[in-house]
Ligand binder design. Structure first.
Ligand SMILES: NC(=O)c1ccc[n+]([C@@H]2O[C@H](COP(=O)([O-])OP(=O)(O)OC[C@H]3O[C@@H](n4cnc5c(N)ncnc54)[C@H](OP(=O)(O)O)[C@@H]3O)[C@@H](O)[C@H]2O)c1
Length: 256
């Protein structure tokens, strides 16, 4: 009875920021479960390499396209291109994101606007463009990558925390709009994962602080996001909507 609940055969997944890190791991999970996959980010070489690696030996299409999702016009273009190539997007993972730490009294308008566009407004735009065809078919999965920093805080992470918390709120409202159409909307909130984004911002002492804060006493490996991505992206998660799944190794369980 439960054999096929993770099966995505015949479906298409679009994963933004799928060229590396958590996005690549999620794209691979969907491809391995039968979905055709489109990944996008800014770096063509990285995208090509990731698509080849993911698609290797799998009987599905894994394609890529470049896009700068901090550019207001790009989400619409990505949606149109995805539908042109695949005819459908059933699973949308809004995963591309960025961070520009600035102290509260030193926030620049340029940094604020760019991160808001990439981490929040662009996600609204891409989702809005792809919802009608999901609603028409009566099945869709929308997943936003939020963060533990959408639920807790850290010094200088003002705009990042603001956008990641906003995704948690947006998922709740969108879920209510879209439930009657068979479309679920959820967030994944990762804790510390070994990817370029956090590692490029933290010194060794700060990395160790994150390690200590987890219950498991280690950083997450990108492939450890796959289980939750599959749960929320398939029939297995058919009654999960409007919520945020924390995958943080116990980081927020620890108040010290
Ligand atoms: N790793 C963690 O500890 C952690 C924790 C909580 C939340 N997250 C969230 O997880 C998501 C994925 O991050 P990651 O950790 O996997 O980092 P990552 O390895 O640096 O991957 C980020 C991805 O986003 C793409 N991207 C960045 N800016 C973009 C832009 N302007 N337009 C299009 N694509 C863009 C990157 O490709 P290009 O740079 O080539 O464009 C890359 O594919 C982010 O939303 C992040 O906030 C990560």
């Amino acid at each position: 009875m439960y054999e096929k609940i993770f099966d995505l055969t015949g479906r298409t997944a679009l994963v933004t920021g799928g060229s590396r890190g958590l996005g690549k791991a999620m794209a691979r999970a969907y491809a391995e479960h039968g979905a055709n996959v489109l990944i996008c980010s800014r770096n063509e070489d990285e995208l090509k390499a990731a698509a080849t690696e993911i698609g290797d030996c799998l009987p599905v299409r894994v394609e890529w396209m470049t896009a700068d999702l901090a550019d207001r016009k790009e989400p619409q273009r990505v949606a149109e291109e995805a539908l042109k190539r695949f005819g459908r997007v059933d699973v949308l993972v809004n995963n591309a994101g960025g961070n520009q730490p600035q102290r509260a009294d030193q926030i620049t308008d340029e940094a604020w606007d760019r991160i808001i566009e990439l981490n929040l407004s662009g996600i609204m735009r891409l989702t809005r463009a792809l919802l009608p065809q999901m609603m028409e078919r009566g099945w869709g999965r929308v997943i936003h990558t939020s963060s533990v920093l959408g639920l807790g805080g850290k010094k200088e992470r003002n705009v990042y925390s603001a956008t990641k918390a906003a995704l948690v709120g947006m998922a709740r409202s969108s879920a209510l709009d879209l439930g009657p159409y068979g479309v679920t909307v959820n967030c994944i909130a990762p804790g510390p994962f070994l990817t370029e984004l956090p590692l490029g911002l933290l010194n060794d002492e700060q990395k160790q602080q994150f390690t200590e804060r987890t219950a498991l006493k280690r950083w997450g490996r990108p492939e450890e996001i796959a289980g939750v991505a599959l749960l929320l992206g398939t029939d297995a998660g058919s009654y999960i909507t409007g919520t945020t799944v924390l995958i943080d190794g116990g980081t927020l369980a620890n108040i010290l």
